[in-house]
Design a protein around this ligand. Sequence first.
Ligand SMILES: Nc1ncnc2c1ncn2[C@@H]1O[C@H](COP(=O)(O)OP(=O)(O)OP(=O)(O)O)[C@@H](O)[C@H]1O
Length: 229
Amino acid sequence: MLRVDHIETAYGASQVLFDVSLRIEEGEVVTLLGRNGMGKTTTVNTIVGVAPPLRGSVVFEGIPIAGTPPHRIARAGIGLVPEGRQIFPNLSVRENLVATANGRGAWNLDAVFELFPALAPLQSRSGNLLSGGEQQMLAIARTLLTNPRLLILDEATEGLAPRLRGEIWRCLRALKARGQSILVIDKDVAALGRIADRHYVLEKGRVVWSGSPQALAAEPEVCRQYLGI
Ligand SMILES: Nc1ncnc2c1ncn2[C@@H]1O[C@H](COP(=O)(O)OP(=O)(O)OP(=O)(O)O)[C@@H](O)[C@H]1O
């Protein structure tokens, strides 16, 4: 579904990604792991068109998308739940949800309220009055309403209380069970290992290891050296 091949990405004169390659097959959950500043968000930004690569290719469902503007990539079916959520603070929950909904697939308001029952009674509440967990549910629901073929979450549970983190993992398991393809970044390697098909470990802008959660668990040196666990 997505093939990233040998991408090199820079912010101005500062190159951040070096020869990064990864793939996501239909229905897979794939993760990007690595300590702060290693290039995970930049990899996502390259895929969604915010930081086009200097070299290398990004091919989504057989179509090269590197260099395509972000709104066209979103339309092509890649939905991002960004780090920091970026919900519209002055719009209500319902207005946030319908603002970017496209009605081109199975996701509608009823379906997202079924996935996140806690959001349903908050429909008229202003975005800036939501808790962090409610904001993250809203951010995921809003992206699902664009009916993405590939859902990307950057820092899926960052800053959330344990109970709310559990709620986000429950949601991602439910989405995986529906066949949703997902690329996810999070610091909770154990939780990611329970839902992932494959991990990619980034270190200083390079993929230094990739493999299944079982393979990662068998490599304590990789965990220690690159993930600090
Ligand atoms: N807009 C930018 N302009 C210049 N440098 C940037 C920019 N965004 C990120 N960087 C740099 O690129 C490198 C990789 O950052 P990136 O955000 O991709 O890492 P990350 O692995 O996602 O880390 P984090 O978990 O802290 O977000 C870092 O050295 C960072 O300082």
